[in-house]
Ligand binder design. Structure first.
Ligand SMILES: [Zn+2]
Length: 186
């Protein structure tokens, strides 16, 4: 993949970088860094904004971002950006393995405008690519027992929201950890 190919693949898969002109400008570097931050379908990439051989090979795997998850199910339902963090994908893979079946992701990354339109909190972990909403198929006990997620929202004991708030500077419950997650009920 040459640089223009990388730019085209990023543009087509939730990582907009502007015109595919083969030039490594600031917009492309910022977007490459976003992609490097999200990628979890192989060894983690160095987050430097430079599309070297490892990053280009990873881009060529798009829309696959993780073994079982693709851009389409993680990207914002607003503008289509897919600014998730690889730590979230690791956590979702762990949950999927525990359940032994696919997880339908209802909502993961939300761009600010979309988050506002769905009434999301201003500090929602969805804004930072550290949260996912899932169907209510697993119990509080099962999810908390993984000791992976630090924010868990449930309705009558069935989980609908999971996040990794301990990873985010925007976290408003700094005491929450994967061992002692913040829990709330909708
Ligand atoms: Zn949520």
């Amino acid at each position: 993949m040459n640089l223009a190919d990388v730019q085209r693949a990023l543009n087509a898969n939730g990582f907009p970088c502007g015109k595919a002109d083969g030039v490594l400008g600031p917009a492309t570097k910022a977007t490459v860094a976003r992609f490097q931050t999200a990628y979890n379908n192989g060894p983690w990439l160095k987050i430097d904004g430079v599309p070297g051989p490892l990053t280009s090979a990873a881009v060529s795997q798009l829309p696959q971002l993780s073994v079982h998850f693709v851009v389409g199910e993680l990207a914002s339902h607003g503008n289509g950006d897919c600014y998730v963090n690889r730590e979230l994908l690791v956590a979702l893979e762990i949950l999927r393995n525990r359940l032994g079946m696919p997880i339908h992701i209802i909502d993961a990354y939300r761009d600010p405008r979309h988050n506002a339109s769905v009434g999301g909190a201003g500090s929602s972990m969805h804004l930072y690519g550290y949260a996912a909403d899932i169907p209510q198929i697993c119990s509080w006990r099962l999810v908390a027992g993984l000791e992976v997620f630090s924010g868990i929202g449930d309705r009558y004991g069935a989980i609908s929201h999971i996040d990794l708030r301990h990873r985010s500077a925007a976290n408003e419950t700094p005491q929450a950890t994967p061992e002692h997650p913040a829990r709330w009920t909708y």
